[in-house]
Design a protein. Sequence first.
Length: 262
Amino acid sequence: MTRYALITGASSGIGLAMAEALARRGRSLILVARQRDQLESIAIELTQRFDVEVLFRACDLGEPLRLSGFLLELEEGDRQIDLLVNCAGIGTCGPFLAQDWMTEQDLIEVNILALTRLCHAVGNSMALQGGGQILNVASVAAYSPGPWMSTYHASKAYVLHFSEALRVELKQSGVKVSVLCPGPTRTAFFRTAQLNSEKIEKSGSMMSPEEVALHAVRALDKNRAIIIPGRRNRWRAFLPRLGSRWLNRTIVGMVNKTYCPR
């Protein structure tokens, strides 16, 4: 029976790079994102380049009813998923009280609720079939409170802690859980979150999605619990432990404020 890797947020950024990295290895894929046209062209391209089966499903994970429909399709279908990659994510920037609430709610629905629900549904299927692997995408932002990006940082802290806990719980069932914590990555995230990425670009600390995906795939082979691509990003995750929480949130707030629109 063919086994599939299910990737959310697969139309761009790290999700797309993960799809290409896995297709290069001969993996059959199920790609999920909001943009149907983009998914269709990506599926055709990956199929032609790597001679693998690539299925796709346009689904807005921020809408619980659509996610329920998609999960029902998976449950009733006969396709076995042995790798779940939760890449879909949203970011916002600026004072929390000034944010449009529906945008904040969408962030919570996608970054937290949809990810958790997919882990529950697909994780149960994996446990029944005797094993599988889950990769949840968090961020180095998970290691610090983030004034002016408060909801985003909090959502990624949830993903980090949830994934680590799930790894322990599912070990007996043969399901391996890892969490990817990239730093600044050259994706559409900065544009959609309305962040000014010029300073980060000039510092040379941005990684490409392809670099992050390659690091992630290699770390999955080794069943790493926490995957942090790049030495600078590992320092970003480690340094908050050295100072007080007051100092940590103050510094991160000052940095975030410089990237947010005035």
